[in-house]
Every structure is written in C-alpha cells, then in structure tokens.
Design a protein around this ligand. Structure first.
Ligand code: GLV
Ligand code: MN
Ligand code: MN
Length: 459
C-alpha cells in the first residue's frame, strides 16, 4: 500500500502565498490577483517539454545498480554510464560539455558573445538506494531541455548559461554530502579523498577508476565572478504544493541539517545464559535512543525532524547479545539555532540512556550544513516567472538538502519546486505528473529568458 502525506497537518507559519505579503517586495504587487486564478494553473495544452523530460527521466532511471531498485551511487559504473548519457543530451542541446575533476557533468551555452558570466542551473545525478527517479534528474534534465529550446530558436542571451549535473549530492557512498557542488564552490576538503566506502575503496581510488584525476579536484572550483546566480529546479519531495493544489512553488530557504554517527558499546554474550539484569545489550540501548529521538522531535513545535536511517549491530547473530551497535542520526529544523539546541539536547538524552545501561557512547558530528536562504532578488524573479505562466505564487521552505547549500559560497541561490505526487520521496513511488514537469520547464524557461543579474534595473 502506498501512503502519502497529503492529509498531515502542516506548520502553517512556514508556508505562505506571496499575495499575503506582496506589498513589501519590489515587483510583487500585481500578483495580488494571482490567488484568484485557477489554483491548479492555467492548464496549458502543449506538454511537449514535459513529455521530453519524462522520457529522459525514464531513460536515466534505467541506469541503476539493480533493475528493481534504483541506485546510482557516486563513482560506480552506472554513475559513469549516466554521466555519458547526460553529456550526450547536453551536446545535442547545443551546450559545450565535459566532465570536471569530481565527475560533475558541466555544459556551457554561450551568450551574445563568448566568455560572459553565466547563470548556472543544475541539480544532481546520483541517487539514494531504492530511490525515486525525479530527485536530482528533474532539475538537470529540465535545464537541458530549456537550453535546447533556446538553441532551437537561435536565442542567445546577454549572459551565458551553464548547466551542471552534480556527481554527488546524496552522500551515500562516502558518508558525506554535496561532494560535487563543494568541488565547484572550492570547499571540497582534500582529506575526503582518503575516506573509504563500505567495501574499503577510498574516494581517491574510486575517482581514478572512474577515469578522473583526484589531484586535480581543485580545477573544478569556480570563481564568484564567473556566476551571476545559481538556480535549481527540484521535485518538492514533500506534500505542501499538493495540499495547495499548485504545480510550482518558490523556495524561501534550504533547511540546515546535522548528521551524527553514534556507536554504543556494551558486552556481547550468550543469549541463553546471561540473565537479563546482568546484560549490557547495545542494541536494546540503541532502540531506547531511537525512540527517545523520535519522541523529542515529535513533541517539538518548531518543525524539528529527526531520523535514524541506518543501524548496524554486531556481532549480529540470533543467539548472541549485541555488544556493539552503530547508527546514524539526521536532525533538521527551519532555523540553525533551533537545530543546534535540539542536537545538544538529543546528545544529552542518549548519553543519559547509555550511562543508565552501562554502555559507552561515542557520538560524532559527521556533517553540519547551515540553513541557506534563497536570495530575495532571485525569489522575486522565480515568482514573476511562475505568475507569468499563470500560476498562483506560493512560497515554501525546503526541508530537504540541495546543492545550493554548497553553491551559496560562490553565488546567490534560487530554487523552484515542482509538485511531488503524494508527497513521497527517497522512495520508488516518488512521482511527478507530465503536466507538472511541463509547467516547471515553462517556468524555468521564462525565468531564464527574463533573468536580470542582481542590481540590474527592472524591465
Ligand atoms: C538529500 O536529499 C537530503 O536532504 O538528505
Ligand atoms: Mn535526495
Ligand atoms: Mn535532491
């Protein structure tokens, strides 16, 4: 059975129609009437961009470790095959394309003259395990289709367009995230090359096998002066747009996240001989920690979410008391302050559980991504493009992480969300309707064609 989130209550203060606060923002005034429009949009008949995008989404989704469960993990052979396919689409669309030193697929469409700064568009082409096919590829493929459309019409703009397919956003293989966009932002940490995957292969070895030179990752970095902005279109991955009956939304900010790796050490022993009162069962301790984390987040009223998504018990036999358990913790909240306080409280709680159970606890922060606000001037232009396509303008934050979290170091960031059917993501049932993919493409195309660099006069 498929269970959606559409009927869950939402924290209403985080979501708003632009018409409720339009008057304080340049260019928002005329959108006051947009909420009067058909909430589902103007219902354009020509879905050709959407059809092309969905066909390519399906073609890319066929490149997977296993046919039954989509998994395209950083620097695997499937990842390489996907990169080659994306390169071919970029070239067909009129982009000059290459792979950079971390495996990002990079394409450039020159403006009215060569060498102009670019508007950078993109998303990632790696996936989680047993993934949906839209998370990442939707934004990348849509951007390529938009450039193809410009190219077909011979349209050149007063700036270049670059499209980038980030090699690693999900961080599945090397317990990290945003490796592709960090390389572009110049914040890739060299020591990451020594990190090993579960099979013991280092990132350095994996890059070499992929056909890349790990010593040249620095060459993937771009300068702030080369970019006018970074704009990403992405599936919403949640239920908010669906609840609003809207195909497209303006993203206000990308929520920060803290990830921890925790391990509990107790004493392994015989499942039949050690009395319950004398046990130091690390797995039972982890179970208590997991429920405590869930309870803590459930009772929070500020939008805090916490997930234990991975657990491993050792030695892992039916008749042995688990002596050692490792698990991950992912904590997110709408503000950095709230998240940091919550992480500190959660760590205190699991420390207390460990003490009471005579277990030793090690909890290390493996990632700390700050909340990234989308630039107001880009939010305005995204909103304008949405309104221009006849949709009601609606703003919402992103609970999911995105490459903009790294790109913020070299560019202002804007994001466009496309409705996610059933609000389901990181799951094979993740779905976008053709009409919504088409709406996303039309909004992105309009945004590109009307794009004005920061500070440029309104047209
Ligand atoms: C990426 O999808 C994340 O939000 O973890
Ligand atoms: Mn994802
Ligand atoms: Mn994503």
């Amino acid at each position: 059975m498929t269970v959606g989130f559409a009927n869950l209550p939402l924290a209403p203060n985080l979501y708003r129609s632009a018409d409720t606060h339009a008057s304080d923002r340049r260019g928002f005034r005329h959108w006051n009437s947009m909420s009067e429009m058909n909430a589902a949009g103007a219902g354009h008949q020509n879905a050709s961009l959407g059809d092309e995008i969905v066909a390519r989404i399906n073609e890319l989704a066929a490149i997977s470790e296993t046919p039954e469960h989509l998994a395209r993990i950083f620097l695997t052979k499937e990842h390489r095959a996907a990169a080659d396919l994306i390169l071919s689409w970029m070239r067909e669309a009129g982009l000059r394309a290459h792979l950079d030193a971390i495996g990002n697929v990079c394409g450039r469409y020159e403006g009215e003259r060569p060498g102009l700064p670019c508007l950078m568009l993109g998303s990632h082409y790696d996936t989680v395990r047993d993934a949906g096919k839209w998370d990442g590829p939707l934004g990348l493929i849509t951007a390529i289709s938009c450039v193809a459309d410009l190219h077909k019409r011979g349209r050149r703009l007063p700036f270049a367009i670059e499209v980038i397919g980030f090699a690693d956003e999900e961080g599945v293989r090397f317990a990290s995230t945003l490796l592709g966009s960090r390389a572009v932002a110049g914040t890739f940490v060299e020591s990451a090359l020594g990190v090993r995957d579960e099979a013991g292969i280092s990132m350095r070895e994996a890059l070499t096998k992929f056909g890349l030179d790990p010593d040249h990752i620095g060459a993937a970095a771009r300068a702030r002066s080369e970019l006018l902005a970074y704009i990403e279109l992405h599936i919403e991955q949640g239920p908010v747009l669906e609840a609003q009956n809207l195909p497209i939304g303006v993203v206000t900010a990308i929520a920060g996240a803290t990830r921890l790796a925790a391990s509990l050490n107790g004493m392994a022993g015989h499942a039949g001989t050690v009395p319950m009162a004398l046990r130091r069962d690390a797995l039972a301790g982890a179970a208590e920690c997991i429920v405590a984390i869930e309870e803590f987040c459930k009772t929070d009223e500020g939008g805090l979410v916490g997930t234990v998504g991975y657990i491993h018990a050792m030695p892992g036999a039916t008749n042995v008391i688990p002596g050692q358990v490792s698990f991950t913790i992912d904590i997110r909240a709408p503000t950095d302050g709230h998240r940091k306080l919550a992480v500190a409280d959660i760590v205190r709680q699991i420390e207390a559980i460990a003490r009471r159970r005579k277990l030793s606890l090690q909890a290390d922060v493996t990632h700390e991504n700050r909340t990234v606000p989308c630039a107001p001037w880009l939010r305005s232009q995204v909103a304008e493009a949405i309104a221009g396509e006849g949709f009601r303008v609606f703003e919402l934050p992103s609970g999911a992480g995105h490459d903009g979290m790294a790109m913020i170091d070299i560019a202002d960031v804007g994001m466009v969300f496309v409705r996610c059917r059933g609000g389901i993501s990181h799951h094979p049932d993740e779905h976008v309707e053709v009409a919504d993919a088409d709406a996303g493409a039309r909004v992105l195309l309009r945004l590109i064609e009307n794009f004005r660099p920061r500070g440029a006069a309104q047209q």
